[in-house]
Write a protein of this length. Structure first.
Length: 191
């Protein structure tokens, strides 16, 4: 019993510390993943579009035909990763005037409720995007031959990430109070 290893209070405290660490690790992983998606897709889009502009002047064919299809495949991934980063930093659109009229406990409760409602809405959006992706997957792009479902899967992926980010924010505020909500100055946006 030395060190409190069998003490139920000690086990509960250790479990409480593990919960926030898991949530923080998940939150950090989502942020890292989104940053990688933004940088990679943005870099590839920039490189391909620049190469295509140069090719229009240099090649007799007037550019790369496949370069016209690539943005429609990559741009949705860039956008949804940016949306998830904005939500993670508290930089997404929100209405704050009601919070100013509540006490800290009321602010926290309302915040958790709103975040969970929004997370549920994003999960529904993600599900519907998968349904549409399955339909759109029957068609393929004419040059690259890739399924037209890629953009819809990007939307589903992004919706799930935003739902997770909102749920993480709700759990932090539920556990630690109003002051733990994500809030980013627009000058300090991630990336």
């Amino acid at each position: 019993m030395i060190g409190g290893g069998d003490d139920p209070g000690h086990r509960a405290a250790a479990k409480d510390r593990r919960g926030p660490v898991l949530v923080d690790t998940l939150d950090h992983g989502i942020g890292l993943l989104c940053r990688v998606v933004v940088v990679v897709s943005g870099s590839v889009l920039t490189a391909v579009m620049t190469a295509n502009v140069v090719a229009r002047y240099v090649l007799p064919s007037g550019g790369f035909r496949w370069a016209q299809e690539l943005p429609t495949l990559l741009f949705p991934w860039l956008i949804v990763a940016g949306i998830a980063l904005a939500a993670q930093g508290g930089a997404h659109m929100s209405v704050e005037w009601l919070y100013d009229r509540l006490a800290p406990r009321g602010k926290a409760r309302l915040f958790v409720f709103v975040q969970l409602c929004a997370a549920l809405s994003f999960l529904v959006l993600g599900y519907q995007a998968v349904v549409v992706a399955e339909i759109a997957g029957a068609e393929h792009s004419p040059i690259l031959g890739l399924p037209n479902s890629i953009g819809y899967y990007a939307l589903a992926f992004g919706a799930v990430l935003v739902a997770l980010v909102l749920s993480i924010a709700a759990s932090r505020v539920a556990r630690s109070g109003w002051s733990s909500r994500p809030s980013t100055d627009s000058k300090e946006l991630p990336l």
